[in-house]
Write a protein of this length. Structure first.
Length: 133
């Protein structure tokens, strides 16, 4: 089972680099997860000023350069895990968030963890592969 962890926080936390101690702790945790075969990929994102949005509405494509001042929370990073259960994904996520609590106590944010679609391993009888309409 693959899960993606999407880390979100207020944009103002992305204006400067995270504490070096946090980055070192995340690096150690990532190395551990890679060696365990649990982490497939990970990365941090630059502030929204370095990006753009593409929006399709009413058949019209609109492109907006960052920063996105209307955004209350933005994605700051992600990780993709290959694990045997939702519980295992939860454990890796808790360890990651606890590093923030320890090394950047004033930081506030969340990690949204979602199972990734995998048509080959999807059993529609036990759990929906795609949202039901």
């Amino acid at each position: 089972m693959r899960f993606m962890s999407i880390v979100k926080s207020a944009e103002d936390y992305r204006q400067g680099p995270p504490p070096q101690a946090l980055m070192e702790a995340i690096s150690r945790l990532s190395e551990e997860a890679i060696k365990a075969g649990a982490m497939v990929d990970m990365g941090g994102l630059l502030p929204t000023a370095a990006g753009f949005r593409l929006r399709l509405a009413d058949g019209k494509l609109t492109i907006t350069d960052g920063p996105f001042s209307e955004a209350k929370e933005v994605i700051g990073g992600y990780a993709v895990f290959q694990v045997s259960s939702k519980e295992e994904a939860l454990e890796w996520g808790k360890r990651f968030m606890n590093l923030h609590k320890e090394h950047w106590p004033e930081w506030e944010g969340e990690a949204e963890v979602r199972q990734m679609f995998d048509g080959a391993g999807c059993d529609p009888n036990s759990q929906p592969c795609m949202p039901q309409r």
